[in-house]
Design a protein around this ligand. Structure first.
Ligand code: MG
Length: 268
């Protein structure tokens, strides 16, 4: 390993699709929802999924721009229902009650199937007490808190930065600065571990951090147009590390002495 990571003092993780399989849970949740809720005549689960994906592409942009952002920051449920309403409307259906039911079933199903990736807990346990540990995650305040609690990892972190609680998210430079201030070390002693090149790797690199990009074959959003995992953009500088499994990071940090032989504090 050419890069030396022995001087790392802090590690910040992204949450969704870095530590837990958000898209796995979302895709399964949508499929379950559209096939288990009774749909109006002429509407098929496949047709509704297509409409949802099309609306998600537009709405994901809109959420960040107008009055929806304030709503989205505090709670995920309302924008989830609105997206169902828009998907139904795209198919000519005006039914607020059905939109509510679809959003509700989807939210519950996604929540109940969201799971940590293999080795995530072991890695966090091994790092706990060895370096400052944090999470920096985009998304609504209630949903992100719920995820950390449901996954049982909230107590693993010294610092938790949630877009919904900060009023802004990655890749804003101010978000990275907050994390630097909290860690109390030099930016180049911090590593960002994340699955999104744009939201995790680019802002961390620009802030002078070390970067670890996790690219799993399964990490394909339901809205993906290519159906493939994200590639390094043309002309972009490669991250310090590119991995496909958290085990690789565990090994690298063990070789670097960041994960030591002194038993770390256990988190169940
Ligand atoms: Mg992510």
């Amino acid at each position: 390993m050419s890069e030396d990571f022995s001087d790392l003092k802090a590690i910040y993780f992204d949450l969704d699709d870095t530590l837990c399989g958000y898209w796995n849970a979302a895709k399964g949740g949508l499929k379950h929802t559209f096939s288990s809720v009774t749909l109006p005549d002429g509407v098929t689960p496949e047709g509704l999924m297509e409409a949802w994906v099309a609306e998600f592409r537009d709405f994901a942009e809109e959420i960040k721009r107008d009055h929806w952002y304030e709503i989205y920051l505090s709670q995920g449920g309302i924008t989830r229902m609105e997206l169902m309403r828009l998907a139904l409307a795209r198919l000519g259906i005006d039914d607020a009650r059905l939109a509510f039911e679809l959003g509700d079933v989807y939210g519950k199903e996604r929540r109940s199937t969201l799971a940590l990736f293999p080795s995530a807990r072991e890695l966090l346990n091994a790092l706990r007490g060895q370096v400052t540990l944090g999470v920096i995650t985009n998304g609504p305040a209630d949903i992100q808190r719920e995820e950390l609690q449901d996954l049982g990892i909230e107590d693993c972190f010294d610092h938790v930065f949630i877009e919904g609680e900060m009023g802004e998210g990655k890749p804003a430079p101010r978000v990275m600065q907050r994390a630097v201030d909290a860690a109390g070390c030099e930016p180049n002693q911090i590593m960002m571990v994340g699955n999104s090149f744009k939201h995790d790797i680019v802002p961390a690199r620009e802030a002078g951090w070390r970067t670890c990009w996790i690219r799993r074959d399964s990490d394909v959003p339901v809205t993906s147009r290519t159906g493939r995992v994200e590639e390094l953009p043309d002309g972009a500088v490669a991250p310090d590390l590119t991995i496909t499994h958290l085990d690789e990071l565990y090994e690298i940090l063990t070789s670097a002495g960041v994960i030591g032989t002194v038993p770390a504090r256990k988190v169940n």
